[in-house]
Design a protein around this ligand. Structure first.
Ligand code: XIL
Length: 447
């Protein structure tokens, strides 16, 4: 992408705003003026949604409902659409609590993610004791009945939840459903498609965030296989339950991007991150930015509203405190969403300058390098002159901590000036990111 002088000015303004927003993330309770002021409105700016899990028994809590109605435009029933809730006795379906959630959402103009049609956990007692053909048929009937009942009302169904094993095998989890035959997942997807052709059909799982983990690879191979054989799958859900033992991986963006490249949407479906303060806020910002950087990452759902609503309340993993006040994590997510200007991140970006004396000007092209938990590499290639001066501006709390193939000086802690050091016209650097994955702003002039 080559930017004109005018768009360079706009890009500089945007990156200044993003930098200011990121810097203010932990301090400010309100967004920058002109930016969207709710999670849903901010996500909608790039065509995405921002959702939450909802519990039917909290719909009478006015604080809870106030935040729900104001901030979110997608709803997932936390437990009420699971197999034990919707088919408590075989062949007898019960939709009361699920309907309360679906009706509340739809009356408020919100969409619904369906969760979940087939799962080894939260099965009704009668199903837990079944096996073989009887279980396979009961599962398929459940998928058909529930998806048909909600036909036309569900944006995306988690058709199958958590079917892969943890650890190094990369294979399926053992369960009564798995023991009915390895094709149980595709059979469930086919039944769901037939019952509600308008709903997106997702495979949903946890511990699939780190691209190098065997479980991630196993799910990836299944989706690749489904796409190649025409099994109807439209999306992959990443639960994203993080804590200190299972932190947001540095390659999260890579994972989302690689799944999306298979031709499916990706969604962050049950996000919560244990912790507090700026550490938690930075991790939330990183997850949000990873989604924003993938065109087919269509939305983010957090797994509850206030910390006290969480299934892991002691880890204070959500965006609102027990009193319904916005936490630093809320502000960092809102600001990250407001910083998104489009649905794609180019793999390279270029700024040009027509400054004299070189009439050909100077072009500097940035490309991404390796990424780690705490830092990432970037590389700039200059063309048009061998006599360049390139300014690299990073946004707080980022710091440039190493450079190569250039002679570098610092104007401020955030602004580096790079000149040739006899190694050619490509140089690189390492940025300590502190949770801010924004690219540096690059500008080039002729010396
Ligand atoms: C959890 C609910 O939040 C709890 O209320 C319930 O007791 C157990 O299930 N993965 C999923 C969700 O797909 O359905 C789970 O929800 C959390 C883990």
């Amino acid at each position: 992408m080559t930017l004109t002088a005018k768009s360079v000015a706009r890009a500089a303004l945007v990156s200044t705003l993003v930098a200011a927003a990121a810097g203010a993330a932990v301090l400010a309770a309100s967004p920058a003026s002109g930016a969207a002021s709710t999670l849903a409105a901010a996500a909608q700016q790039s065509g995405r949604y921002f959702g939450t899990a909802v519990a039917a028994n909290k719909l009478g809590d006015s604080t809870y409902v106030g935040i729900l109605n104001r901030e979110f435009d997608m709803v997932t029933a936390e437990n009420e659409m699971k197999m034990d809730a919707t088919e408590p006795n075989q062949g007898q379906f019960s939709y009361g609590n699920a309907d309360r959630i679906v009706n509340h959402a739809r009356n408020q103009g919100k969409r619904v993610r369906g969760h979940a049609l087939a799962w080894h956990s939260q099965q009704p007692g009668w199903m837990q004791n079944m096996s073989g053909t009887a279980l396979r048929n009961a599962m398929l009937n459940h998928v058909t009945q529930v998806a048909s009942y909600y036909r036309g009302k569900i944006y995306a169904w988690d058709v199958v939840n958590e079917a892969f094993a943890d650890g190094s095998s990369g294979g399926r989890r053992d369960s009564n459903l798995q023991r009915t035959g390895n094709d149980w997942i595709e059979a469930a997807f086919r039944a769901a498609r037939a019952a509600d052709p308008g709903a997106k059909l997702c495979y949903n799982d946890y511990n699939t965030d780190n691209w190098s983990h065997a479980k991630t690879q196993g799910v990836y191979r299944m989706v690749q296989d489904f796409k190649s054989r025409g099994v109807p799958i439209d999306c992959v859900g990443f639960q994203a339950h993080f804590n200190s033992g299972n932190p947001v991986p540095s390659n999260y963006h890579t994972t989302l991007q690689n799944f999306a490249a298979l031709g499916v949407d990706v969604q962050i479906t049950e996000l919560d991150i244990e912790g507090s303060g700026s550490t938690q806020a930075q991790q939330y910002q990183g997850v949000t930015q990873a989604c924003l950087a993938v065109a087919r990452c269509t939305g983010i759902t957090v797994w509850g509203i206030r910390d006290s609503d969480s299934w892991r309340a002691s880890g204070t993993p959500l965006l609102f405190d027990n009193n319904g006040n916005k936490k630093a994590a809320y502000t960092s997510v809102l600001n990250a969403l407001n910083g998104a200007t489009g649905t794609t991140t180019p793999t390279t970006t270029t700024t040009t300058s027509s400054s004299t004396p070189n009439p050909g000007g100077c072009t500097a092209t940035y490309s991404e390098g390796e990424k780690w938990n705490d830092r990432f590499n970037g590389q700039v290639t200059v063309s048009g002159t061998d006599n360049w001066i390139v300014t690299v501006t990073v946004s707080s709390p980022q710091r440039i901590i190493a450079t190569w193939n250039t002679s570098a000086t610092w104007e401020t802690a955030n602004v580096m000036t790079a000149r040739p050091n006899g190694s050619g016209n490509t140089f690189g650097f390492t940025i300590s990111h502190g949770g801010n994955w924004n690219w540096p702003a690059i500008s080039c002039r002729v010396a």
